[in-house]
Design a protein around this ligand. Sequence first.
Ligand SMILES: C[S@@+](CC[C@H](N)C(=O)[O-])C[C@H]1O[C@@H](n2cnc3c(N)ncnc32)[C@H](O)[C@@H]1O
Length: 286
Amino acid sequence: MTDDLREELLDSWEQAAPGWARQAERWAEAVAPVTEAMLSAAGLAPGTRVLELAAGPGDLSRRAAPTVAPTAVLCTDAVRAMVDVARELNEDGGPANIVFQTARLEWIDLPAATVDVILCRFGLMHAVDPETALRECRRVLTPGGRLVLAVQAAAVANRWLTLPLAAAATLGLGAGAPDTPAQGADGGPGPFALAEPGVLEELIGAAGFGEISLWEVPFLWCYRDERDWIGEKLDHSPSFAALWRSLDDAQRSELRRRLRELASAERGGDGSFSVSGRAVLATARA
Ligand SMILES: C[S@@+](CC[C@H](N)C(=O)[O-])C[C@H]1O[C@@H](n2cnc3c(N)ncnc32)[C@H](O)[C@@H]1O
């Protein structure tokens, strides 16, 4: 069952890879405050051996690489198509000292104590078994090595992610329209799986890490209008795309209308939306 769920989730990330490539630039811009906070917590210097896990389009590795050069950053994701996206985006003038390869959070194919810093932005909550993933992180880190994580904070603080789904749900469409096969609300993996206060800290501690520190970082998505917002969701979320494909024109315009209504507080005078997001960051030492 766990293996089936894991394969189902990875299949859905595989499908999502082209959309993540299309949105890569905007995504990097929206979550830049999270990236900057992670890099400053990581304490990188020339020679630091960095492993990025669940890297998706890889902009965090691209930002880290110049600081640690000539040492290479190892940029990994469980999904081959995502690794290809990260590699292709880097081919357009990115740093030369990045090695791209597949790796799963729960089984990192590296010897023990060979990495100084692990970065993982918005990845751990998608692992079926985050506890095992954190033990794997500790195994590959050198003693005293640093773990730097970001996960989504509570749903209520991430309206960029939840409002299109809420709009669909209020129309009786999609039954909550999960963003991935599971949203994490029921204890399974998903965007909010590690958002409850205390959950992440307890998991990190249980994996044997010390000097744990957690804080929150806000960020902002700016959408031209509700079509732009829905377009972003279609690219980032295969299940939202499947729901959208099942709607006729009248239902689609009703969904846009509901989204406009639900998001009225975020609306500017020109019809654009500035929608809040929030991450929980964590650092710890192996
Ligand atoms: C929300 S995206 C975040 C991507 C990237 N870290 C970022 O912040 O742009 C989640 C990423 O986790 C990857 N992923 C999901 N489950 C994974 C696992 N078990 N091991 C490694 N990567 C995984 C997905 O393929 C996807 O690229």
